[in-house]
Design a protein around this ligand. Structure first.
Ligand code: AMP
Ligand code: DBH
Length: 552
């Protein structure tokens, strides 16, 4: 094990520290095993070099091939002047290069910052600034969008991003295929306790926060998930959701599958027309979906032309799956449902494969680890009785103690004794099973994508015709929740909703954050004191809207 070493000059250090007595306990219990990402992939490549690791359309990379490419890119990144400890924003879809790039970065001691393909300049610039990134890896084009334009905009806004590496046609940037060098002379593997990557939080207040996860803690989370979800070397895992998202990455995800020596199949899109043929062709055994997609699959399955009988386990999470949907999974898809309630900050809960139907259908599972400490408390922080709803707090061997570079969020999001305030309202049942009731904060969970009301309000307030705005989540039959903007126009001219939406897209925000609905109002209700919190205002607007019969 080599010591973490100082970060490259001037960069804020990346840390994730558990108090010594906790770290010792987690190590003694065998959760933290001093494994690293490059360490486990090297081992799989040695054990089963010919086994297929990654399937991307017609491309099939063996474990040996994936490892060879990862090492070549590791050396290539360092040869281009990046130094271990530097951060690299990675924005790639479900393509094989996602894996050669991130394992290349891990091998070089570089730190990926995971962006989603939907993110645009406002999000990417924020990640790059907060992480102090010096490089950006993108595909040339994806789903009709040219990411090289985004790279140009990023370098104009954040000049510290010195390197842009492109999968495909590079334009004026560096092609990934040229970002290779001989792996001799690569530094030793990173420290298992060091931060391996920065994951993105869905953002409850304001902009997304950066979540530093260590090799030790994250590898434990998916190794243990493999056991709970029955993933072995014989499994075939379909990545239907975006690969950079924490759920398909680690619950048990593609990382769990690679750790098991299993096969990872990449689906370019999550819809049944794309995924079902892949399930048939590759004999997929397990995958994960957000609830709206699970409903689409249930709808499409009866008339399907493809044989999906290889599917043994369907994980559904990211947002609450209704018991009505949950009940239909086994009869319609012929596989076992596993509900999963997790967060990129750590804590993940699963229903177990052998749980009774009633638990599988009606709960969001129980924690992975015997050492996950879960508290359900009232507004004052006092534990509530079993079965009562309260705020969920969590602490444990794979739950972070702090965000990166965000003192204000850290003060808000963690208790003095190190519990993460999840923001979720849950009930805890006997056996530790959790039922999600809702949440305390004002974000919108739109089909599993979390949107901060405040972030979107701030964007809209920059529009010259907008005097004030409140973003509210509205129940939606399909999405679970949709976003609705209540807008007070500046002056008498109301902008057209379509024009407002187009303007938001032009500002460069992820499409899923553009409000689904825009409603103009004359004024917002105010209390006698003419003072009302944003939170209260949003709650009132929602209540009035629903009362007026405006629901799903
Ligand atoms: P993030 O912190 O951005 O990774 O988002 C995690 C949040 O997603 C959780 O705190 C929950 O609010 C929500 N979530 C994830 N899975 C579920 C689920 N199965 N049911 C309800 N909410 C969920
Ligand atoms: O929503 C999530 O962030 C999520 C859901 C299920 C997650 O991070 C996970 C499982 O690991």
């Amino acid at each position: 094990m080599n010591p973490p070493g100082p970060p490259p000059t001037g960069l804020r250090p990346l840390r994730q520290d558990w108090p010594a007595e906790f770290a010792e306990r987690y190590r003694a219990a065998g959760y933290w095993r001093s494994e690293t990402f490059p360490g486990f992939l090297r081992q799989r490549a040695a054990e089963r070099p010919e086994a297929i690791a990654i399937v991307d359309r017609e491309r099939r990379w063996s474990y040996a091939e994936l490892w060879r490419r990862a090492e070549a890119h590791a050396a290539g990144f360092l040869a281009r002047g990046l130094r271990p400890g530097e951060r690299v924003v990675v924005q790639l879809g479900n393509i094989a290069e996602f894996f050669s790039v991130v394992f290349g970065l891990f091998r070089a001691g570089l730190v990926p910052v995971y962006a989603l393909p939907a993110h645009r300049i406002s999000e990417i610039a924020h990640f790059a600034r907060r992480a102090e990134a010096s490089a950006y890896v993108v595909a040339d084009r994806q789903d009709g969008f040219d990411y090289r334009d985004l790279a140009r905009a990023l370098q104009a806004e954040v000049p510290a991003v010195r390197h842009v590496v492109v999968v495909g046609e590079p334009g004026e940037f560096t092609a990934l295929e040229d970002c290779v060098a001989a792996p001799e002379g690569l530094p030793p593997d990173p420290d298992p306790q060091s931060v391996a990557f920065l994951q993105i939080s869905g953002g409850s207040t304001g902009l997304s926060k950066l979540i530093p996860r260590t090799h030790d803690d994250y590898i434990y989370s998916f190794r243990a998930s493999n056991e709970i979800c029955g993933v072995t070397a014989d499994s075939v895992f379909l990545v239907a959701l975006p690969a950079a998202h924490n759920f398909p990455m680690s619950s048990p995800g593609h990382m769990g599958a690679l750790h098991a020596g299993a096969r990872v199949v990449l689906s370019p899109a999550p819809d049944p027309a794309t995924a079902f043929p892949l399930i048939e062709r590759e004999r997929v055994t397990i995958t994960g979906l957000v609830p709206p997609l699970a409903l689409l699959w249930l709808q499409a399955a009866p008339a399907r032309r493809h044989d999906i009988s290889s599917l043994q386990v369907l994980l559904v999470g990211g947002a609450k799956f209704t018991p009505e949907g949950a009940k239909r999974v086994r009869p319609v898809l012929g596989c076992t449902l596993q509900q999963v309630f997790g967060m990129a900050e750590g804590l993940v809960n699963y229903t177990r494969l052998d749980d009774p139907e009633e638990i599988i259908v009606n709960t969001q599972g129980r924690p992975i680890s015997p050492d996950d400490e879960v508290l359900v408390v009232d507004d004052l922080g006092n534990p509530v009785a079993e079965g009562e709803a309260g705020h969920l707090l969590a602490r444990g061997p794979y739950t972070i103690r702090a965000y990166h570079n965000d003192d204000a969020a850290n003060a808000r999001s963690f208790t003095a004794d190190g519990y993460y305030r999840t923001g979720d309202i849950v009930k805890r049942l006997p056996g530790g099973y959790l039922v999600v009731q809702g949440r305390a904060g004002d974000h919108i969970n739109r089909a599993g994508e979390k949107i901060s009301a405040e972030e979107i309000e701030d964007h809209l307030l920059a529009h010259p015709d907008v005097f004030d705005v409140a973003i509210v989540s509205i129940p939606d039959d399909f999405l679970g929740e949709r976003s609705c903007a209540f807008v007070i126009a500046q002056g008498s001219e109301r902008p057209r909703p379509a024009a407002l939406k187009a303007w938001m897209r032009q500002r460069g925000i992820a499409d899923f954050k553009v409000p689904d609905q825009i409603i103009f109002v004359e004024r917002f209700a105010t209390t006698a004191a003419l003072k009302i919190s944003r939170k209260e205002l949003r709650a009132r607007l929602r209540a009035e809207f629903l009362q007026a019969g405006g629901a799903a």
